[in-house]
Each structure stands twice: as C-alpha cells, then as structure tokens.
Design a protein around this ligand. Structure first.
Ligand code: ZN
Length: 124
C-alpha cells in the first residue's frame, strides 16, 4: 500500500517550444486556491500580484516617457521664449519702456504660456 502523494500543481504549462506540447507543472502544491492545488510559482494570488507590480512599473515608465516627450516637443518654444526675454532685458537692446510693455511683454507672455502648456501636455 502506497502512502498518499502530495498533490502536484494543477497549472498547465508549455513543455517544449519545439513541440508546443502542453503539460502539467511538475512541482508539488504549496497552496490551494478555489479548491485547486498550486505551486509557489503558479499561485494565482502571487501571479496576480507580480502582474500588478509589472503593470505599475510599466505605467510609471510610460508616464515618464510621455513627460520627456512633451518637454522635447516644447523645448524649441521654451528656448524662443527665453531668448526673447533674455534679449529684451539686454541693455544694448534699443526699445523704450512703453514699447517694451506694450509690444514685447504680450508677445513674450503668449509664447511662454504656449510653450509651458505644451511642456505640461495641456491642450487648453
Ligand atoms: Zn506550478
């Protein structure tokens, strides 16, 4: 009479990429989920948690790529605004204070605001 065997993991896995044959996981079960035995690697709770962790990492990487992309797209406009502001405040630049206030400031403000919106990814 044989002793009852410990249950094996019920997860179906690829046995071989050459044959694409599917087989059962050969590990012993360590947990039971919804009445089914699973090894540590295939424990659905652990699998789900690992997937959520990967999704969160991917989401953060994606957000960072979008932020960098927006800044790259806005860089020429930001440079234009900064160069305009820098030259307007240059002592050699000949412009009366009235002209500076009436002509330059609205332009500089609009260019800077548009560039900042682009950099922050805002459409309005
Ligand atoms: Zn398994």
């Amino acid at each position: 009479m044989s002793t009852p065997e410990k249950p094996k993991c019920c997860q179906r896995i690829f046995g071989s990429y050459a044959t694409l044959r599917v087989k059962s996981c050969s590990r012993y079960a360590v947990v039971e989920r919804d009445g089914k035995p699973y090894c540590r690697q295939h424990d659905p709770v652990r699998v789900k948690a690992a997937q959520e962790k990967r999704d969160e990492v991917y989401r953060k990487q994606s957000e960072e790529r979008q932020r960098v992309y927006r800044l790259q797209q806005a860089a020429p406009d930001l440079l234009e605004a900064l160069e305009g502001i820098a030259s307007a405040t240059c002592e050699k630049w000949e412009m009366s204070y009235a002209d500076f206030k009436e002509q330059f400031m609205p332009w500089a403000r609009n260019v800077a605001l548009a560039a900042l919106k682009k950099a922050k990814g805002k459409t309005k």
